[in-house]
Design a binder for this molecule. Structure first.
Ligand code: PGA
Ligand code: ZN
Length: 424
């Protein structure tokens, strides 16, 4: 039995240079754990509130000193003395202290920092690797999946709000076949990433990288980005449709204005119908394995139509649509709007609520994709979380940049550790 004796927070910066919250949880048995929270750029409107100071004189309005104070003065003292392995009670206490539906009083960033710091401290107290402790909690919530190292979804080309302003779609993915081990998948991802970089250079399309480490090239259309990716894969030993697949996170809410979608592939703005036709064309050319956020986050009818059209062929992923929010997940299950969820703990604000959402999605036979955010720190917690809840996939960006590779490298280490344990 270990009790929380102190929790405190500080402001640090994320991979975009934007402030974020880091919290530390000290136990009466002397263990200490530190956790920092990520931040989104293309945040959905249905996410829990990421509390910012909004003071233009400081940190361009992006400071989190209020969230830090909320941890130090209210949330931390609120969980002092609690048994640290009692994650569900700790999270219930944090939710009760905040008292709002969207965690707007103290901030989901403040709340999640305490929730994750407690989780990490509990793993230390129970002398288990973090992923195993997460698995204990998942099982306790009724999730049946065993620990597994998920398949990676690599974000090779960054557009939208993450790129350099010349592609509308946010992410162009390469997804290795699920039959591969994680280490083989990582190797194919890296070889394709480096080949793509050389190709872009040869074409004279600058290849600086975007927020998630994927290239942010100078191309004319979104389809061009898929074509370049397709051509690059052809130069590697990997066969499209057998070894690797393509996917898209369109993040369509970002370019949806006044009832239409403006993309550079078309001379005039598209209606929802027109955009669906465009996706049909793209799929006929590139055989997408998945499509995320194809329409804006409240276009339920269009989502249903697309899901119906692509059923069985393309995995339809809800990110902004669902916002890791139980009510929205239940609605999407009932309405048959998608069949996979992008899980982001900071969209909801506590570990317990995140696990409950995963359980509900699993019961509907959805795929689980555990995800980073565009603004990350070097905290690799999300890798252990993905393994512990038995995710099918992880989305941690390109295989490049420290804050992305720290998560992929953690998965490599867990893969090796699981093998060693199985050989004991
Ligand atoms: P975000 O992007 O972290 O900026 O929201 C990630 C995503 O849309 O999947
Ligand atoms: Zn997304």
């Amino acid at each position: 039995m270990s009790k929380i004796s102190k929790v405190w927070a500080r402001q640090i910066i994320d991979s975009r240079g934007i402030p974020t919250v880091e919290a530390a949880c000290l136990l009466d048995t002397n263990e200490i754990a530190v956790a920092s929270v990520p931040g989104g750029t293309s945040t959905g409107t249905h996410e829990a509130v990421d509390l910012r100071d909004n003071d233009p004189q400081n940190w361009m309005g992006k400071g989190v000193s209020k969230a830090v104070t909320n941890v130090n003065d209210v949330l931390g003292p609120g969980v002092w003395g609690m048994e640290v392995t009692d994650q569900e009670r700790i999270d219930a206490r944090l939710i009760e202290l905040d008292g709002t539906k969207n965690k707007s009083k103290y901030g989901a960033n403040a709340i999640l920092s305490v929730s994750v710091a407690a989780l990490k401290a509990a793993a230390l107290a129970s002398k288990q690797p973090l992923y195993m402790w997460v698995s204990t909690l998942a099982k306790r919530a009724g999730i049946k999946e065993e620990i597994r190292v998920p398949n990676p979804i690599f974000n090779m080309i960054n557009g939208g709000l993450h790129g350099a302003g010349n592609l509308d779609f946010q992410e162009f993915h390469v997804i290795p076949a699920t039959s591969k081990s994680f280490s083989d998948s990582l190797r194919s991802g890296v070889e394709i990433y480096l080949t793509l970089g050389n190709d872009l250079e040869r074409r004279g399309a600058i290849h600086s990288v975007g927020d998630e480490g994927g290239y942010a090239p100078n191309l004319f259309t979104n389809a061009d980005a898929l074509e370049v990716l397709y051509e690059s894969i052809k130069q590697t030993p990997y066969q499209m449709g057998r070894d690797v697949f393509l996917g898209l996170d369109v993040a369509a809410s970002v370019f949806y204005k006044n009832g239409t979608y403006t993309i550079r592939d078309k001379s005039s703005p598209l209606t929802d119908e027109g955009l669906l036709e465009y996706y049909k064309y793209v799929n006929s050319q590139y055989h997408l394995a998945l499509i995320e956020d194809p329409f804006h986050e409240d276009a339920w009818e269009s989502w249903k139509k697309l899901f119906d059209t692509f059923q069985g062929q393309v995995t339809v992923v809800g990110d902004d649509l669902l916002a890791t929010n139980m009510e929205r997940v239940q609605k999407a299950i009932t309405e048959k709007a998608c069949n996979a969820i992008l899980v982001k703990p900071n969209q909801v604000g506590t570990i317990t609520e995140t696990i409950q959402v995963i359980k509900t999605a699993r019961e509907a036979q959805w795929k689980i994709i555990t995800s980073h955010r565009s603004g990350e720190t070097n905290d690799w917690f999300i890798a252990d979380f993905a393994v512990g809840v038995g995710s099918d996939y992880v989305k941690f960006g390109a295989p490049s940049r420290g804050e992305r590779v720290v998560k992929y490298n953690r998965l490599l280490s867990i893969e090796a550790e699981l093998l060693l344990r199985s050989q004991k």
